[in-house]
Design a protein around this ligand. Structure first.
Ligand code: HEM
Length: 140
């Protein structure tokens, strides 16, 4: 991820904070409509799951220039993901749904520049999760 992308992501942190829960609520709707097989993965998830996801997406945007501060949070979530069998192929499904939700909620404010930056930033975070989860699956 280059510095321009990071700067764009960081500049969206306040809007992500304001609209985070609307974005993640819309994200699940898109995800379950388009990829119904993912819904069962959430069968034991807490009802406030969307709030936790929104908080993490915001934390990522706000700390994109100091990703080390996110490491313990990422490791914790990766452990939870491994317990419910989240796999690498699920990440593009969530990514597409998250991008769709950002567009839906932010409307015209989601410029192509912002959408491209989020696509890249999501891909980066997805790789971090996938690598950590691979390590945890291998150690099982
Ligand atoms: C970069 C992408 C992702 C982020 C930032 C993320 C974030 C989170 C967070 C913050 C939690 C809550 C953990 C807690 O309870 O403390 C969580 C749980 C969960 N995530 Fe993800 N996640 C991502 C990708 C995915 C993908 C690709 C899937 C697969 C569809 C997925 C499925 C789940 C499920 C099913 C739970 C709930 C597990 C349970 O409590 O039973 N996540 N995730």
């Amino acid at each position: 991820m280059n510095e321009t992308t990071k700067a764009i992501i960081k500049s969206t942190a306040p809007v992500i904070k304001e609209h985070g829960e609307a974005i993640t609520t819309a994200m699940y709707k898109i995800l379950f409509a388009k990829y119904p097989e993912t819904e069962a993965l959430f069968k034991d998830a807490e009802p406030d799951q969307y709030k936790k996801l929104a908080a993490m997406v915001y934390a990522y945007a706000a700390n994109i220039d100091k990703l080390d501060s996110l490491k313990s949070g990422i490791d914790k979530v990766a452990n939870i993901h491994v317990n419910v069998n989240i796999l690498p192929e699920h990440y593009p499904m969530v990514g597409e749904s998250l991008l769709g939700a950002i567009k839906e909620v932010l409307g015209d404010a989601a410029t192509p520049e912002i959408i491209n930056a989020w696509e890249e930033a999501y891909g980066f975070l997805a790789k971090v999760f996938i690598a950590k989860e691979q390590e945890l699956y291998a150690a099982k």
